[in-house]
Every structure is written in C-alpha cells, then in structure tokens.
Design a protein around this ligand. Structure first.
Ligand SMILES: *[C@@H]1O[C@H](CO)[C@@H](O)[C@H](O)[C@H]1NC(C)=O
Ligand SMILES: *[C@@H]1O[C@H](CO)[C@@H](O)[C@H](O)[C@H]1NC(C)=O
Ligand SMILES: *[C@@H]1O[C@H](CO)[C@@H](O)[C@H](O)[C@H]1NC(C)=O
Length: 501
C-alpha cells in the first residue's frame, strides 16, 4: 500500500508521466490522467487501516433474509388496489360497462426466497413462487340491465428480485438501499360469483391486465420501503461507545463495506480515545484479515491496535497509577507496608524511619503493550514503584524509586455485548531507579512486590476489566453461541445474533 502510494505520488506529481505516456500532445488524455491521479491519490490518502473488522457471513445473510421476508410480506398486505372500470361494445346488446370495486388483499405468501452476494454491487434478494389472494366486487351495466356480484382472485408465480446496496453514511454507519428491483406476476386466476357466464369472458382479460400492472407497479416501492426500514436500526451503531469517565471507543466505518462472494465485510476504526480529546497514539493499526470461517453469522476481529490504543489513552490520562497503603493489603498477609518489614531487608530504613507506616505509588511510565499470539494475549508494562515512609505528621519521606517491568497474561471473554477480561501475573523484573536510603540489593524486595502486585494491583485491574468494554452493536442485538479466540495479531469473536424488536 505504502509502496504503491509512493509510486503513484511520484508518477502523478512529477512531469514523468508526460514522457512515459507520451501525452504532451494529447490534451484530453492528459486531463484524464490528471483526474485519475487526483482520485487515486485522494483515495489512498484517506485509506486508514481498521482496528476492528466485522464480517457478515452467508449464515448471517440467511437470518437477515428471514427478517426481510417477514417485513416484505407485511408490506405487501398493505397494497391498495384502485377501483377499475372499462367498457366494450357488443352486438347486439350495445355498450357494456363494468367496474371492479372494493378490491383488497386477503393473503400474501412468500414461501421461497434466497439471498446471494454480488461482489462489488450488493446483496441480491430473490423471491419466487409468491402468491396473493384478493377479493372484490364487480358490477355491469348494459341496455337497461344492472348486475353485480363478487370475485376471488388468486395471483400465483409472483417473483421479485432486488439488489440491496450497502454503503456508509457521513457518520460512518452502514446504510442500505434498494438499487434495482423487478416484480412480475406469473398467473392470475379469477373466480366470479353471481351474474351470467358470458359476462366473465368479457371482462376477464381486462381485469387480468389491469391488476397485473397495478400490482407490479406497487410491489417494488413497498420492497424499497422494507429495505429503508432497516436504516433506523443501522443508525443505532455505537460509533462512539462510552467506556468510563476517561475513554470512549470509536467504531465508525473507515471505508465502504466490501462485498465478496462469501461475505460482507465492514472496516471499523476501532480505537480508544480520551473523552472529548481525540489524540492519536504514536502507532498505527497493522493490516489484518479475518479467516474464511463461516460457521456463525458474524465474525468480529479486534486487533491489538484497539487494545494498545486503550493502553495509550489510560496512560496519557494518568489513570494507570495507584497509591497503595497498608490497609489495602489483605489482613492475612504477614507482609505489611511498614518500615519494619522493609527495614529488615534495607537496614537504613529502620534506622532512619523507625516504626512508621509506608505508602507505595505504582505508576505506568509507558503505555502497556499487548501482543496477541495463538491462544495467548500478553501485556508488557513498564512502571515505576515509589516508596515513601509516612511521618507521624503525615509528611511523606521518599525512600526509593524502582523500575518495574511486568508481563501479564490476559484472559478475555464476551459478556452480553461487552468484552471483559482479567489478567494474571507472569513475570516481574525490578531494577533500582533512585535510592534515598543507600545502595541495596533489589532482588531482596521481589517477594514483597510479587505479593503487592498479586494481591493489590492485579485485583484492582481485574475489577476494572471485569466491567468490560462495549463491542460494536446495533439496536437490541443479542449475541448467542458466542466464542472468542485469540489468534496472531487479533481477537476473533464468532457469534450468532438475535434481534428483539
Ligand atoms: C462455508 O464455507 C465452506 C467452505 O468454504 C463452504 O463449502 C460452505 O458452503 C460454506 N457455508 C455456507 C453456509 O456458506
Ligand atoms: C513532619 O515531621 C518530619 C519528621 O519529624 C519533619 O522533618 C517535618 O518537617 C514535619 N513536617 C511538618 C509539615 O511539620
Ligand atoms: C525492561 O524492559 C526494557 C525493554 O524491554 C529493558 O530495556 C529494561 O532493561 C527492562 N528492565 C527491567 C527492570 O527488566
């Protein structure tokens, strides 16, 4: 991508192409090249790799088809047929006029339908062998005679074909629209009640033709309505999903949906931002592609980029810091946050600050970095630990600052429409930053800090992570049969969905 953008940029900006394509003496061709360059460069410049990808499979489309057919069936029941009338001259009677009134739909059936993907164009929905039954009244006038009765009409072999285009709107949400539609009535059969049979032959052809065209004219607009009815639901995509007082996640689409032969794929931004202050992190999303799996309706791929942007936001907001006091350490622990405990390992502490309580500040100094490998999510953190003695009057006296590298393993799961997690400590390395209590062997403190991390820091982090982060969702979607898998560079959620209302 970068390479082709550069090549394109150099071809387009230099006068090189004039030589290369020999267009100097062909102004029209030159102008077309200018336009092409402009379009190509603009497209490339605005291409952003997504942090999240969502794939709708054939199974998902089938579910959509069921919902769509139910909606179209309801719409078709609302077809209103205008009264119709005609006349014909018949020897020896003279002019016969007839009219059909009060026609209405009694039943609509859409027993067969299918959905398929048309790469680059949209989703094609076909309805075949649909039927309708109607009834109405007929009336004739000739000579001085008036006659009337009713009729039942049945329409069979009705077929509808429509293509649904999927695009993105100015807010980065998907939209659908009917891009082509055709409807054809197979056969119409009429059963008249009352009157003389010679009359039926007279107006049978008339009503067949008139009804056919009245129906065919009304079907496509109603199908288009059904398609448009989906948009209010799509508008509920949480393009800016609030997480907590610090962060929100942007889930707007960064490019148009891609329709292939097997799926519809959406590319979402998938990035954490500080609420109200959208600052870009010093890294960009890597390219990733979803597997070709099609067992569930929907696949959601969440790249390490979205997780790392979270780390960046919380670190920048100063949210990744924690003061630890003795009361936060479980009562069952023999290790206490006192100068007595630490003094046993670093004699200067007990000498200069005897009998005091202590306080620690653990603070991330760099954004944590998450890496996804097959079945493994590991987060590397770089933090400092600052230790203080708390003087009797409350003043804090600095004891030492340690640099801490930690590695934790994350477990991730889907709860409702949120992604929740928890971490366990893998490994921790301490080095001395600054000491105010003389030189000491940092490894002596390993046991204490292992305990502090395991029993205070990590439980706090897990309490936050268990609240979860909102996934991209639409309306009252329910995720069912959900599975989460960690693969190289991203997390993959495979799920079926249910819409309730
Ligand atoms: C799923 O993919 C397999 C292999 O690519 C294919 O044979 C099968 O028809 C697909 N299933 C559906 C429901 O599209
Ligand atoms: C608090 O106590 C310490 C140690 O006794 C002393 O050095 C410091 O000046 C005191 N601070 C205040 C504000 O009284
Ligand atoms: C922490 O990690 C960084 C980079 O991986 C390394 O340069 C540094 O020496 C490590 N520090 C400790 C205390 O292990």
């Amino acid at each position: 991508m970068t390479l082709s953008a550069c090549t394109l940029a150099s071809v387009c900006t230099s006068q090189l192409y004039e030589l290369r394509f020999g267009v100097r003496r062909r102004p029209f061709l030159k102008m077309m090249l200018h336009i092409w360059c402009l379009v190509a460069l603009t497209t490339l410049a605005s291409a952003i790799n997504p942090g999240v990808k969502v794939k709708l499979t054939q199974k998902g489309l089938e579910y959509g088809r069921e919902l769509g057919i139910a909606s179209i069936q309801q719409k078709l029941r609302t077809i209103k047929l205008p009264d119709m009338s005609g006349s014909q001259r018949i020897a020896p009677i003279g002019k016969v006029t007839y009219s059909f009134t009060n026609m209405h739909i009694v039943n609509v059936g859409l027993p067969q339908s299918s959905v398929s993907l048309e790469p680059g164009a949209g989703v094609k929905l076909s309805v075949t062998n649909a039927f309708m039954s109607l009834n109405g009244n007929w009336r004739v006038k000739y000579f001085i005679i008036k006659d009337s009765g009713s009729f039942d009409l049945s329409v069979k072999g009705l077929s509808i074909t429509t293509t649904i285009a999927v695009n993105s709107d100015e807010t980065g949400r998907p939209t659908v629209s009917g891009s082509s539609c055709s409807a054809a009535v197979g056969s119409v059969s009429i059963k008249f009640h009352g009157g003389a049979s010679w009359l039926y032959n007279l107006f049978k052809d008339f009503i067949d033709k008139a009804l056919r065209s009245a129906l065919e004219k009304q079907i496509c607009p109603l199908v288009a309505d059904s398609i448009s009815d989906v948009n209010p639901h799509l508008k509920t995509l949480n393009v800016l999903a609030k997480v907590d007082e610090y962060a929100e996640i942007e889930y707007s689409m960064v490019s148009s949906p891609v329709i292939s032969t097997s799926s519809v794929e959406l590319s979402l931004k998938g990035e954490f931002y500080n609420i109200g202050k959208h600052q870009e992190p010093p890294f960009t999303p890597a390219v990733f592609s979803l597997p070709s799996s099609n067992d569930t309706m929907l696949y959601i791929g969440l790249s390490s980029y979205i997780a790392n942007s979270a780390g960046f936001v919380y670190t920048t907001a100063g949210a990744l810091s924690l003061y630890i006091t003795d009361d936060m350490i479980p009562a069952s622990s023999p290790i206490r946050l006192t100068t007595r405990t630490f003094g046993a390992l670093i004699p200067q502490i007990s000498k200069r600050f005897p009998g005091l309580m202590m306080k620690l500040l653990v603070k991330a100094v760099k954004s944590p970095v998450i890496a996804f490998e097959s079945n493994d999510a590991t987060i590397q953190t770089t933090a400092t630990v600052t230790a203080f003695a708390i003087q009797v009057n409350g003043t804090l006296s600095l004891l030492f600052v340690l640099n801490m590298n930690g590695s934790v393993s994350a477990q991730v799961s889907v709860r409702g429409t949120r992604l929740a997690g928890s971490v366990v400590l893998n490994k921790m390395d301490l080095t001395l930053g600054t000491s105010y209590v003389g030189d000491f062997q940092v490894t002596l403190l390993d046991t204490i800090f292992q305990m502090v991390l395991k029993r205070v820091v990590i439980p706090k982090i897990n309490a936050q992570l268990s609240k979860g982060f909102p996934l991209p969702t639409i309306g009252k979607i329910k995720l069912v049969n959900t599975q989460l898998q960690i693969v190289k560079d991203y997390m993959l959620i495979g799920t079926d969905v249910q819409f309730s209302g």
